[in-house]
Design a protein. Structure first.
Length: 253
């Protein structure tokens, strides 16, 4: 029985997809949720849905690659709800581009959002959590994080960022443990989100890739949200530095 009553959570990239599913579920479980993303209007729509279901939430427009905006997001959260207990680092982009054609700007954009953004959010959140010596951070990595016998052509920048998230998670878990701050990651496989729907990939290559999934289907955002909720809860109190793969058995095949 997961209970997040009176917990305060920031979820980045929460206007749609997995982030939205996280926001809806954590609010349902009693958390006061900050819906953060680059579109204030879309964040407000998620907040509206949460409030219609008797949850508590607020929307904050934030570009996670910009330190000033990240710091302001945390400040606004604490001002509104009085604390910060949970951070879900979910904001990210995935744009296919052949490595030999990839520009420096395209590389930097992905790394800045997917990896630098996680660093900035985790640091700002942990500084606040340290005041109460309590908190949990959940980072969204990917099965494309490397060292899994699974590489994806056209995603060198994305894979590098997700591999960085896995390493960052382990380092932060060790460093923040004395402050009673747990840090874990989730590595989703193929999940039915707007991001995946927008991926421009050869249909035969896509079919071949998905044929490796023993579950014979893509995952649902809610299935990632369930894992987020568990890792964010006291039920996971002895779990830190873990990378939980949620992929329908993809990496096992």
């Amino acid at each position: 029985m997961i209970n997040l009553q009176n917990k305060v959570a920031i979820i980045t990239g929460a206007r749609r997809g997995m982030g939205k599913a996280d926001a809806l579920l954590l609010a349902k479980l009693g958390a006061k949720v900050v819906v953060a993303d680059i579109s204030q209007e879309e964040c407000e729509e998620v907040v509206k849905e949460i409030k219609e279901n008797n949850g508590q939430a607020m929307a904050i427009q934030c570009d996670v690659s910009k330190k000033k905006e990240v710091d302001e997001m945390v400040e606004k959260t604490v001002k509104e709800f009085g604390a910060l207990d949970i951070l879900v680092n979910n904001a990210g982009i995935c744009e296919f581009k052949p490595f030999l054609e990839m520009t420096e700007e395209e590389w930097d954009k992905t790394i800045n959002i997917n990896l630098k953004g996680y660093f900035l959010c985790a640091q700002a959140a942990a500084k606040e959590m340290a005041k109460n010596k309590s908190g949990t951070i959940v980072n969204i990595a990917s099965v494309a994080m490397g060292q899994q016998g699974f590489g994806m052509a056209g995603l060198a920048h994305y894979a590098a960022s997700k591999g960085g998230i896995a390493a960052l998670t382990e380092s932060l878990a060790v460093e923040l443990a004395p402050l009673n701050i747990r840090v874990n990651a989730i590595a989703p496989g193929a999940i039915d989100t707007p991001m995946m729907a927008g991926v421009k990939m050869d249909s035969k290559a896509m079919e071949a890739m998905f044929s490796r999934i023993p579950a014979h289907r893509v995952g649902k955002p809610e299935e990632i949200a369930n894992t987020v909720a568990f890792l964010a809860s006291d039920e996971a109190s002895y779990i830190t530095g873990a990378i939980v793969v949620v992929d329908g058995g993809w990496l096992a095949n």
